[in-house]
Design a protein around this ligand. Sequence first.
Ligand code: S3P
Length: 442
Amino acid sequence: MTVETVQQTRALRGVLRAPSDRSITVRAAILASVAEGVSRIREPLESDDADAALRCIAALGAPAAPLGSGCDSAGLRIAGRGLRGLRAPSQPLFCNSSGTTMRLLAGFLAGQAFDAILDGSEQLRRRPMRRVTDPLRRMGAQIEDSDGHAPLVIRAARHPLHGLTYDMPIASAQVKSALLLAGLYADGPVTVREPAPTRDHTERMLRAAGVEVTVGAEGDAGRITTHPPQKPLRALDMLVPADFSSAAFFMVAAAITPGARLRLVEVGLNPTRTGLLDALRAMGATIHLSGLREEGGEPVGDVEIVGGELRGVEVGGALTPRMIDEFPIFAVAATQAHGITIVRDAEELRVKESNRLEGFVGELRKLGAPIEATADGFIVEGPARLRGAVVDGLGDHRVAMALAVAALRAEGETKILGAECVAKTYPAFFRDLASLVDDCGA
Ligand code: S3P
C-alpha cells in the first residue's frame, strides 16, 4: 500500500495539462474496434481504466498500436474490424475496476454473434449492473448476472436485437451509452429518455462515425434516438482533451487558496461535464475561460482560476449529473466557503467506486470538516479550520485526490493511505500536485 504525505501549503501557481479524458478514451477504443479502417486516437488517457478498455478490445481482435513516428503527438492506432468483425474472446474480459468499460461493453457485446464474459475487480463486482442488464434484456439480449452484479455472461445473439424506447429511471451516461451501443446491433431505433442531461460523449462520437443520432426538440431534449447504421462506421481521428474531472482537483485547489493562480490547459469543456464551474462561480470564484475551440466534436479550452473567498451554495436538480464525479472535490471547496453548502439529488454517489456519501464524508471529518451526509447528498458548514490527520483513500481515486487537496489547507501534514488508487484515472497526480505547490513564493 502506498502512503502519500501532503503538507499544508500557502501558494499554488503554474500551468498544467491534466491527463486525458477517461470517458472519451474508453468510448473511442470501443467504437474504433468496429469502425472501417484505421482510427487515430491522439493523446489517449494512460491509466488503469484506459488499459482495461484497451485490453478488452484487443481480446476481441482489435489491438491498439502506437501511432508511430512522424506524428506530432503521442497516440494509438486501432485497425477496426467492421461492425461484424470482432471475434469471441478466449477468456473472460477483465474490466479491472472500470465501471465505464464494463457497462458500455455489456451493451456493445449484447448483439454480437459470440459469447463473452465480463468480469472485474472485487470493487467492480460490488457495483450494480441491473441498470444495464434489465433494459438490454428488453432488447432481446441474453445476459446472466450474479444477483445483479458481475460477472456478466453474455450469450451470442442469434438475431438482431430489438429496438427499444426506454425511460431511464436514473440519470446515467453509462446506462444511456450501453443502450445506444447495443443499438448498433438492433433492427430498429433505440430511444432513451434521460431524467436529466448526462455526458453526451457517446452521442457525439457515434455521429462522428456516421451513425444517425437525433435529439428531441426543445422541451424534450432528454430524448435521444440512434438509428441502426446503414453503412460501415467511419474510423475516428481525434485528439482526446484533458479530463475535466481530473483538472477539477486543481480548479478547487486554486479556488480555495488565497493568492493562488492556476491555468489548466486543453481541458474538455463539454457542457454536460462542467457543472463544477457553474457551482464554483455561484460560490464567487474567479474563473476565466480562453482558447475555446472544438477538437473531434468536443468543446475544449483553457481554464484559469484565481484563489479568493467563497460562499456556500445549494446544488441539486439538473446540475447534479453535470458534476456527478466532482462531489468529493466540491465538498472540499465547501469546507472553505463561508456559510452553508447543501448538495441534493446525489444518491448515486453511494454506488461509485466507494460510497462517496458515507465513506468520503467520514474521511473528510477526520480532517476536522463539519460535513454531514444526508439521504441524497451532504451539508457542509464553512469555513472550517482543517487539521492534518491520517486518512484513507478508500480504494477510490477521486476520494484520495480530494483528500490530498483538502490536505493543502489543513494545518501540519496529512497522510493518505492507499494512495495508489489514483492510477485509475491519474497515475501522476501526486507529482503534478507537488509541481504546482509554490511555497517559495509564499
Ligand atoms: C461515466 C458516467 C458516470 C460517471 C463515471 C463515468 C461515463 O457514471 O460517474 O465516472 O463515462 O459514462 P454513471 O453513468 O453511473 O452516472
